[in-house]
Design a protein around this ligand. Sequence first.
Ligand code: ATP
Length: 350
Amino acid sequence: MNKRIALIPGDGIGIEVTAEAVKLLQKLKASRSLPLEWRTFDWGAEKYLREGISLPEGAIEMLRREFDAILIGAVGDPRISSLKYAVDILLGIRSGLDLYVNQRPVKLLSRKLCPLKSRTEQDINFVIFRENTEGLYAGMGGNFKRDTPEEIAVQEDVNTRKGVERILVYAFEYARSGGLTRVCMSDKSNAMPQGHGLWQRTFADVCKRYPDIEPRHLYVDTLAMEMVKNPAQFQVIATCNLFGDILSDLAAQLQGGLGLAPSANIHPGAVSMFEPVHGSAPDLAGKDLANPLAAMLAAGMMLDHLGFPQVAAEIESAVSRAIDEDKTTPDLGGTMGTREVGDWICGTLE
Ligand code: ATP
């Protein structure tokens, strides 16, 4: 049985980097006999401008029924001031498929890319698990007296026992199954005692089920500081939607920038979605300047998830080689274009 992949290139550089990821899948399918098939969906700004459709009706059910994984580039277009269509697509899929785990591996592949003094590949190798369906991104709230000097804006921070528990359990299970020994939970329960008090109490309960794992708690401001001061202390970090979003971008810089940061949106045992952390970067779109490596690493995470961990490891070593040999785009100090880097990775995997 082929593994079925839904491809959503999206907008801007999303389209360019997804093309390189597909080139990679084509190469691996042919050279490693991987049982893969894919279908491309044109969801994004062009379709929205043309037809007024962001996420087509029935899309979620179709993805759930017909696919094993989704690979998405990025959505967002400066021609459309409201972000609603992009939110409909990205958050629509995340919440529609209940992809409650956002997994962000933070791995320094080459010390020459690290902005921190004297840090090596051994020092930066951890994973952030961001709760992906609740928190301040749940979309609850409202505006009162909108566009008047008296306007009041309320954005609710939604934390459910079920939602908090399942992301923490996922982080602990990940640690245990990977032979790791430490999980750090980060919140701001000192300033947000109701919502993040629930994180504290749930963490205390979940910890008891994993006596083999050393639990640790850090307020998010301390965690941000520690992540820069001594990233080697971290193995697994679990946190809420907002903090995970911010920490992921901070962590991306430790590993060489957004052009190298992949992520996964997972519902265990069900169709899951893989994507580079970066957005559509309109400033780079159409210039053959976007770094395709994050998208290619995201394709690697997808193949790992689909049961081909060896192939995922091969992709990661090809990316390491590209960095070592300066076969990179300008964001990593190289002089190559998006397509040239994609070709180089595919050639290396030949
Ligand atoms: P979003 O709000 O969806 O995160 P954005 O357009 O605000 O999107 P990004 O697209 O994530 O932000 O990118 C921020 C900047 O980082 C870009 O303007 C670009 O200069 C740089 N960047 C992002 N991705 C890449 C990439 N793949 N290769 C090179 N530079 C990148």
